[in-house]
Design a protein around this ligand. Structure first.
Ligand code: FEO
Length: 395
């Protein structure tokens, strides 16, 4: 399968309708994904990125129907992560001497992954590769999201091949942003930013401003996952600038786990208290052990405050909550308030553990938290209601 972006630029990647977990088991992909590779024809011919290894043979077979592989002059590896470089070994088996353009860190990563001494050509920001009438201009994008990441800009067609940046995990027969359901597109783009790019937000701002300052014409942004931004392509860059600025909506998210429903009852009464204090705020509740962790992380990203609840077990917290707090600590959210709650029967450490971990993860803890002994009754539920009300007043 291929499709045209401009008469001399074609998508030659793979749409992966089946994928439900990405990065091993770390990232849920409810809508599948695509691995986008692009073939650019001018007097010289360049291939930008490849696909994940399971599709390597299919990719090379399809590519060879599209073009005699020996006619490819340049291979551009914008990013060495295996979802984009995974078909390189298969491709290079056919054309072993062709130059592979990547950053210095790209050479390290590609050698580290595949242990091959391909004909690497190291590029840095501002370097140009003439294709004849048009040029590829390279822009390093270190830590967006790997040390080796870079983007390539095609003059004339005015296309930015942005690799992971601006991507979304979506499989679609309509690979352009103006053809897909907008709510789905932005839901996936937000989830992608929240779960992958949040830790690098200061770099996102810097890099986008750097690229925008170049004042280059832009007809499309072609990311390495999901749909191509051809309708108002800068809209996604503007969204990224918003998301990178410690984004929050008027939302409080309550995330809990529960053994015998006590902590769930606290969560629900806290929510009622919040609503009474502020009926305009969006309040969402998630039982983390019954929810998709990446979807919950996306809700954390959108929140101005979160509450985490777990009962105490073995002087600790329940394991789904432990996984969540590990994940959000790594994502280094900023400008979010928080507090903890939970039931206990014997020792009751959970609230302190959650409070300490929230503080350690960069959340502003605005309350000592709510501990409730045994199963909450009327009095304890009234306390939870008051706790929610007080919390909303401080947010
Ligand atoms: Fe889509 Fe960083 O790989």
């Amino acid at each position: 399968m291929k499709f045209e972006i401009t008469p001399n630029v074609h998508w030659v990647g793979k749409i992966d309708w089946e994928l439900r977990k990405f990065h091993g088991e770390e990232y849920s992909t409810h809508r599948g994904t695509s691995y986008n590779a692009y073939l650019v024809r001018d007097e010289k011919i360049a291939l930008i990125d490849t696909v994940w290894k399971p599709f390597a043979r299919e990719f090379v077979e399809n590519l060879s129907k599209e073009i005699d592989l020996n006619k490819i002059d340049y291979i551009i590896a914008n990013h060495a992560e295996m979802d984009h470089s995974g078909a390189l070994p298969e491709l290079m088996r056919h054309i072993p001497d062709k130059p592979v353009y990547c950053t210095a860190n790209g050479v390290k990563s590609l050698k580290g992954h595949y242990h091959q001494n391909w004909n690497f050509q190291v590029v840095k920001t501002g370097d140009k590769l003439s294709l004849g009438k048009k040029e590829l201009v390279f822009v390093e994008a270190m830590m967006l999201h790997w040390p080796d990441s870079m983007m390539s800009y095609l003059t004339g067609d005015a296309i930015l091949f942005s690799n992971d940046a601006f991507g979304q995990h979506i499989a679609s027969e309509h690979m352009f942003n103006d053809l897909v359901v907008q709510s789905e597109l932005f839901e996936e783009a937000t989830k992608y930013y929240a779960n992958i790019l949040t830790p690098f937000s200061p770099l996102v701002t810097k890099k986008i401003n750097e690229v925008v300052a170049l004042n280059l014409p832009l007809s499309a942004i072609c990311p390495s996952h999901g749909v191509i931004w051809r309708d108002n392509p800068l809209q996604i860059a503007q969204k990224y600038l918003q998301w990178a600025a410690d984004y929050q909506e008027n939302q409080i998210t309550i995330i809990y786990d529960t053994m015998w429903d006590g902590t769930r009852m606290l969560a629900e009464h806290i929510a009622k208290g919040i609503k009474q204090a502020d009926d305009r705020v969006t309040v969402k509740l998630y039982n983390i052990s019954r929810s998709d962790i990446n979807d919950v992380v996306t809700e954390v990203f959108k929140s101005k405050a979160i509450l985490l609840g777990s009962p105490t077990i073995n002087k600790g917290i329940l394991n789904a909550m432990a996984a969540l707090i590990d994940m959000i600590a790594g994502l280094r959210f900023k400008n979010k308030k928080s507090a903890a709650f939970g039931c206990y029967g014997w020792s009751g450490e959970s609230v302190k553990i959650l409070t300490d971990r929230l503080a350690g993860a960069g959340f502003e803890v605005i309350s000592d938290g709510l501990k409730s002994l045994w199963q909450p009754g009327g009095e304890e539920l009234a306390q939870a209601f008051a706790f929610g009300k007080e919390f909303a007043g401080k947010v």
